[in-house]
Design a binder for this molecule. Structure first.
Ligand code: GCW
Length: 679
């Protein structure tokens, strides 16, 4: 009887763990023993040894040497490894080498002598966490860092244990920095009380090589410092920042530095005092310099009444190129507007040649279906990183103009706006974990393909033990296909052909192309972006329009400027196009729009079918959770398609092609029920 039970339990074992997704991609358990030789001791090396012991899937009884030894071919926290040695310049390099070795073992990939160096020196998560525990654009529960603001900033054991798990997950994919609070920063962040909590967090993150950074409010000297001004050239203000920074470093000696959102969406900044972004950033950079701290200064700026919001960052920042201190990095969103499902790359990439520039990507799915839609974002980031800027001829891609390959940047960095919350599975949707994973992997190696990353992630996240051939064919392959298609499909059902920012206001979840009350800033309303009229649709950014095309280098500028050569994926981004314009498919623009929305919808239905088929190959808990999310996604896609087609049809006055499934909702019903009427 006992034997019987053990046998049953043995076979059931993979299914007995609580499959709530909490373990992320870190599920591997050792299958044998390993002897570790390491002559040094430190908290980071202790973690490295523990990980090797717990996750070893190589030859049982093998011996592995952890060797900290300088080698010029190894850069920063990179590493060199063979089957039985990991060599690095730093302890953190050893830890990264350990994670890579374990990953290779789990993925059954051969390990030969190899050096792996990071593409970017700083690989940072930006948490938009507020001090009351809410998260701006967070869809996975409350903050893991902040809660119960009014009860002081107490730290519990439970907090520490979550922070440790968080740090471990980050380290396993090479992330080495975390900005702990929202860029819309509270001045309270810099009070001594809060800084003590930051110290506690930093202590947990430190052994995993994660540096702590803070977002700061530019007007802090007057808001909490009692000064009359926050003018960056005022000596009292400079003195205040110097003292504050001294205090921070006395608590957190390896503090990373500041992230600043200034003169953007109502946030205070140097322009309030007639100063430039460079004046403001330099003042902070000078104060941080003696401690080795840096400033990440965001270029996300736009103003009310501008003719074209997409042009603003370039206009404000290009004249400042070369005026920033060398411990400043200008942080630029991937596109010129705002994390849309598809944008051309931000023209500042490659154009600012004398300044360190870092891409900011959004991992949280603000504009990509929150934690309801299954959208794998790596293809979008890959598209951006591989975009040719032509600023330094062919090969000057966004990746290479930011990672130090082309310009001698003092610092190289990349940031991702985190999608992490207190939910058991961390990200709200099981598949949203893949976006956290992909960000880390791309930050480490910006040449990895989204296909390879998806493959790695699926195997680590879903395979239990030794997967069968059947599993590869019937689980891995179809799931990977769903992931790889998912972003293009989202573009189709939300905003194909270069449409952008036609979201419902406020939550940016559903469609809202109709939303444009008179008393709201025009650039906060979708009609500003789509410009639909009886002639056609799209934003004219050509030389005769807003001239945004001129911010790009030749030959791209001319290519984008010309209706015939502009890629159709960006058509309505750069052109106001007639409804009857003939597309490459031979259809009219109107028909093409209809088919795209329809194709997007059909694809999501296909995803549902594909998903249902994988049920026998995985645990029930995660299977049903994803199945249910796909159902919601499918319903919402219907709203997108019906809402957008019925709305734009009022302008095109053309029929929806007859072979397309007809709308099932009335436009009025959608407007009334799916638009939250606040900006
Ligand atoms: O995408 C927009 C968001 C804001 C965000 C802002 C930014 C943190 O809607 O919620 O604020 O961008 O990036 O600063």
């Amino acid at each position: 009887m006992r034997i019987c039970l053990s046998i049953i339990l043995f076979f059931m074992a993979p299914y007995l763990r609580a499959e709530n997704g909490h373990e992320l991609w870190l599920r591997a358990k050792n299958t044998g023993e390993v002897t570790i030789v390491c002559s040094k001791e430190s908290p980071t090396l202790t973690i490295a040894k523990q990980e090797l012991t717990q996750g070893w899937q190589g030859k049982s009884g093998a011996k592995i040497v952890l060797n900290i030894k300088k080698d010029k071919a190894i850069k920063g926290d990179g590493f060199k490894f063979t089957e039985n040695e990991i060599q690095a310049n730093t302890e953190l390099g050893i830890l990264y080498g350990v994670y890579e070795l374990l990953r290779r073992q789990q993925l059954k990939q051969a390990v030969k002598e190899e050096i792996s160096n990071p593409s970017y020196e700083l690989r940072v998560l930006n948490h938009w966490d507020n001090m009351d525990g809410t998260i701006e654009r967070g869809y996975a529960g409350a903050s893991i860092f902040w809660h119960d603001e009014d009860k002081g900033y107490a730290v519990t054991d439970k907090d520490k244990s979550i922070w440790r798990e968080y740090a471990r997950a980050n380290a396993s994919i090479g992330i080495n920095g975390a900005v702990l609070n929202n860029v819309n920063a509270s001045q309270l962040m810099l009070t001594t009380e809060c800084l003590k909590k930051v110290k506690a967090i930093a202590e947990v993150l430190r052994p995993y090589g994660i540096k702590t950074y803070l977002s700061v409010k530019f007007s802090s000297p007057s808001l909490i410092g009692g000064l009359k001004t926050a003018d960056p050239l005022d000596p009292a203000v400079i003195g205040w920042w110097k003292n504050k920074i001294k205090e921070i470093y006395s608590l957190i000696p390896d503090f990373g530095g500041f992230l600043v959102k200034a003169n953007s969406e109502g946030q205070p900044g140097p322009q309030d005092f007639g100063r430039t972004h460079a004046d403001g950033a330099n003042m902070m950079a000078d104060a941080l310099k003696p401690y080795g701290g840096i400033v990440m200064w965001r270029a996300f700026v736009y103003e009310a009444n501008s003719k074209d919001r997409a042009c603003q960052a370039y206009k404000e920042f290009m004249p400042l190129d070369g005026k920033f201190r060398d411990n400043i990095i200008v942080q630029v969103k991937n596109g010129p507007i705002d994390f849309q499902p598809r944008e051309p790359f931000n023209p500042l990439f490659g154009a600012m040649k004398k300044t360190s520039v870092m891409p900011e990507l959004q991992i949280t799915q603000e504009y990509l279906g929150h934690s309801i839609h299954l959208v794998y974002l790596a293809p979008m980031w890959e598209e951006c990183l591989n975009s040719e800027t032509y600023q330094e001829g062919i090969g000057s891609t966004v990746a290479r103009t930011t990672d130090g390959s082309i310009f001698p940047q003092k610092h190289t960095a990349i940031a991702g706006v985190a999608n992490i919350g207190i939910d058991a599975n961390w990200c709200g949707h099981h598949f949203a974990q893949s976006n956290w994973y992909a960000f880390g992997r791309l930050a480490w190696n910006n040449q990895l393909t989204s296909e390879k990353i998806a493959d790695e992630w699926i195997k680590q996240t879903f395979a239990n033990g030794e997967p069968s051939n059947d599993w590869y064919v019937n689980f891995l392959a179809p799931v990977k296909q769903i992931m790889l298609k998912s972003r293009e499909v989202a573009v189709d059902y939300m905003m194909p052909l270069g449409f952008h920012h036609i979201f419902a206001p406020s939550d940016h979840y559903g469609p809202g192309p109709w939303w444009g009350p008179q008393d709201v800033r025009k650039d906060w309303t979708p009609p500003y972006y789509h410009k639909a009229d009886t002639f056609g649709v799209g934003f004219d950014r050509t030389i005769s329009g807003s001239d945004a095309v001129s911010q790009y280098s030749e030959p791209l500028r001319s290519q984008l400027n010309n209706l015939q050569t502009c890629p159709e994926t960006y058509l309505l981004w750069f052109h106001h196009v007639s409804w009857s314009h003939k597309m490459q498919s031979g259809r009219t623009l109107w028909d093409e729009i209809c088919y795209r929305y329809d194709a997007g919808q059909k694809q999501v239905r296909e995803f549902q079918k594909e998903w249902d088929k994988v049920q026998p190959y995985m645990d029930a808990e995660r299977f049903f959770a994803v199945q249910s999310k796909l159902r919601s996604q499918s319903q919402n896609v219907r709203i997108w398609k019906d809402g957008c087609l019925l709305y734009f049809q009022q302008f095109s006055k053309m029929p929806i092609p007859y072979d397309i499934e007809r709308p099932v909702y009335e436009l009025d019903y959608i407007i009334k029920n799916f638009t939250i009427d606040k900006p």
